[in-house]
Ligand binder design. Sequence first.
Ligand SMILES: *[C@@H]1O[C@H](CO)[C@@H](O)[C@H](O)[C@H]1NC(C)=O
Ligand SMILES: *[C@@H]1O[C@H](CO)[C@@H](O)[C@H](O)[C@H]1NC(C)=O
Ligand SMILES: *[C@@H]1O[C@H](CO)[C@@H](O)[C@H](O)[C@H]1NC(C)=O
Ligand SMILES: *[C@@H]1O[C@H](CO)[C@@H](O)[C@H](O)[C@H]1NC(C)=O
Ligand SMILES: *[C@@H]1O[C@H](CO)[C@@H](O)[C@H](O)[C@H]1NC(C)=O
Ligand SMILES: *[C@@H]1O[C@H](CO)[C@@H](O)[C@H](O)[C@H]1NC(C)=O
Ligand SMILES: *[C@@H]1O[C@H](CO)[C@@H](O)[C@H](O)[C@H]1NC(C)=O
Ligand SMILES: *[C@@H]1O[C@H](CO)[C@@H](O)[C@H](O)[C@H]1NC(C)=O
Length: 224
Amino acid sequence: MKTSCNLIISCLFFIFFSFLIISISTESNLHITPSATTYTNFTYTESTQNTTFPQSQPYAIDIQFYDNGTTLIHLVRDDPNTNNTIHCLEPILRIRIIHLNRTVTEINKYLDIDPVVNYCLFNDASTGKMMNPISIRPLKEPFILVSYVNTTNPSNYEDWVTVINWNGEKLSSRSLGQSYYDANKTWSPKSLIEININKELGFLRSVPDIKGNFEFINCTQYLM
Ligand SMILES: *[C@@H]1O[C@H](CO)[C@@H](O)[C@H](O)[C@H]1NC(C)=O
Ligand SMILES: *[C@@H]1O[C@H](CO)[C@@H](O)[C@H](O)[C@H]1NC(C)=O
Ligand SMILES: *[C@@H]1O[C@H](CO)[C@@H](O)[C@H](O)[C@H]1NC(C)=O
Ligand SMILES: *[C@@H]1O[C@H](CO)[C@@H](O)[C@H](O)[C@H]1NC(C)=O
Ligand SMILES: *[C@@H]1O[C@H](CO)[C@@H](O)[C@H](O)[C@H]1NC(C)=O
Ligand SMILES: *[C@@H]1O[C@H](CO)[C@@H](O)[C@H](O)[C@H]1NC(C)=O
Ligand SMILES: *[C@@H]1O[C@H](CO)[C@@H](O)[C@H](O)[C@H]1NC(C)=O
Ligand SMILES: *[C@@H]1O[C@H](CO)[C@@H](O)[C@H](O)[C@H]1NC(C)=O
C-alpha cells in the first residue's frame, strides 16, 4: 500500500510539476544523486456538471500530502467574465482527495466569504508574485485547514481559518488576527500558514508587522 502510494505521488509530481526527485545518500559525504523513478499514470476526469464555467480548464494550483501519502489537490477554474486588470476564479473551493486506494473524494464548497477578495488573485506589487488568499493544508486525517480573508469589517480585513472534514463539513473556524496592510495602509495578503512538522502541535501562522521603519515577522502557533 505504502509503495503504491509513493508511485502515485511521484506520478502526480511528474504530471503537474515535472519535479526533480533527489535522494540524499546516508554516507557521510552526502552525494546528491537523482533517483531512477518509475511512475504510473493516474487519470481522473473532472465533471463539467458542477461548474458555471465548463469551458474553463481546471487547474491544480496546490498539492498537499498527509503523512501516509493521501493527497489533497486544490483545483480552480477561471471566471472568464473578469477583465485583464484582475484575475478571478469561480468562487467555489474545490478540493480533490486522492486516497491511497486511488479513489477520489470531491469537495466543492461555497464558503460564505467575499468572492472579490478571496477568489481573485492578488498581484503583490513588491514581489511581482500573484498571491491566492485561500490556502488549504492537511491536518491530521481526515481534516483540512482552509485559510481565507474575512472582510466583515471593511477597514480591517482579518485572516481566518476553518477546519473541514473529508465530507466538506465545517467543524470550527476562528480569526488569526488582522490581515497584513503595507506601510501605505493598503491590504496585501502576505501571511503564511504551515502545518507544524509535528502535527500534534497544530499549525503556525507568520505575518509581517510594520513598526515605524522596521518590519517584523509575527509567528504564532495554534493548537488543535
Ligand atoms: C502516461 O500517459 C502518457 C500520455 O498518455 C503516455 O505517453 C505514457 O506512456 C504513460 N506512462 C505510463 C507509465 O503509463
Ligand atoms: C456536484 O457536487 C455535489 C456536491 O459536492 C456532489 O454531490 C455531486 O456528485 C457533484 N456532481 C457531479 C456531476 O460531479
Ligand atoms: C493514514 O495515517 C493515519 C494516521 O497515521 C491513519 O489514521 C489513517 O488510517 C491512514 N490512512 C490510510 C488510508 O491508511
Ligand atoms: C475590472 O474588474 C474590477 C473588479 O470587478 C473592477 O474594479 C475594474 O474597474 C475593472 N476594470 C476594467 C478596466 O473594466
Ligand atoms: C478508499 O479509501 C478511502 C479512505 O480510506 C475509503 O473511504 C474508501 O471507502 C475506499 N474505497 C474503496 C473502493 O476501497
Ligand atoms: C467573519 O467574521 C464575522 C465577525 O467576526 C463572523 O461572524 C463570521 O462568522 C466570519 N465569517 C467567516 C466565513 O468566517
Ligand atoms: C507607498 O506609496 C508610495 C507613493 O505612492 C510608493 O512610492 C511606495 O512604494 C508605496 N509603498 C508600498 C510598500 O507599496
Ligand atoms: C504582531 O504582534 C504584536 C504583538 O503581539 C501585535 O500588537 C500586532 O498587532 C501583530 N501584528 C499583526 C500584523 O498581526
